[in-house]
Design a protein around this ligand. Structure first.
Ligand SMILES: CC(C)(COP(=O)(O)OP(=O)(O)OC[C@H]1O[C@@H](n2cnc3c(N)ncnc32)[C@H](O)[C@@H]1OP(=O)(O)O)[C@@H](O)C(=O)NCCC(=O)NCCS
Length: 201
């Protein structure tokens, strides 16, 4: 699967591989990423920081081998800059949960996240045959909320609470994107001009 941005950045998704471990480890140690994502929710979704080597490797093992997940590396012009994927894939209910992080800060705000998610949505709704995507997002994560809303995700309900290292509580919102809404929003989206998706090899 790949996409081309207007300024000719090439965005590709490929399956995450064991050799990607150093970059995933680096992002797992970035407080910006950890504050905005639910990497490994502990009891009551409390942050489980800091990650030691063993925990990081355990998480990467989950990304690579959990059968209810599919994890893709996002490549921009051949550089691995983040990951996007599905978890809790359920072929009976035809639902899955989305997650994403652009780990390399230089690549945030360039349209990479939106393009990567658009590629993935095309894949899940056409090739995987799923009917609905859901995700969880923290109430203050403005960048993520904006991208998700642009893609067509709508707020459903508060799915829980998250407390940070300082003990502050935040709402966790559940957002939904049914296939029919993606089909509609895909046409309205201001997507990269040359966005093309191809079957994943
Ligand atoms: C959230 C995230 C995936 C978005 O990816 P991105 O590549 O930075 O976003 P894009 O460049 O595709 O931006 C898409 C839209 O969101 C807007 N946006 C991007 N960053 C923003 C910010 N910090 N505040 C407000 N809007 C923002 C962009 O302006 C763009 O809108 P436009 O098309 O109208 O200009 C990325 O910032 C990230 O990885 N953040 C850290 C991890 C995280 O929060 N993951 C999600 C957990 S739920």
């Amino acid at each position: 699967m790949f996409a081309l941005l207007n300024d000719n950045l090439e965005i590709k998704l490929r399956f995450l591989e064991r050799q990607d471990n150093p970059r995933v480890r680096k992002w797992l140690q970035d407080p910006y990423i950890l504050d905005l994502t639910f990497v490994i929710p502990g009891p009551e979704k409390r942050a489980t920081l800091p990650f030691d080597e063993k925990m990081m490797d355990q998480y990467i093992d989950v990304l690579l081998s959990d059968r209810s997940r599919k994890t893709f590396a996002i490549e921009v012009d051949g550089n691995h800059v983040g990951n996007v994927g599905l978890k809790e894939i359920n072929f009976e209910t035809k639902k899955a949960e989305l997650f994403i992080e652009i780990g390399e800060s230089d690549y945030r705000g360039l349209g990479v996240g939106k393009a990567a998610m658009a590629i993935l949505m095309d894949y899940v709704f056409t090739q995987m045959g799923l009917d609905e995507m859901v995700l969880e997002v923290l109430e203050f994560n403005q960048a993520a909320l904006r991208v998700y809303q642009q893609l067509g995700f709508e707020l459903s309900h508060r799915s829980g609470w998250h407390y940070d290292q300082d003990g502050r509580y935040w709402q966790v919102w559940l957002m939904r994107l049914p296939k029919a809404r993606w089909t509609f929003c895909r046409q309205q989206l201001n997507l990269p001009g040359n966005l093309v998706t191809k079957p994943l090899l």
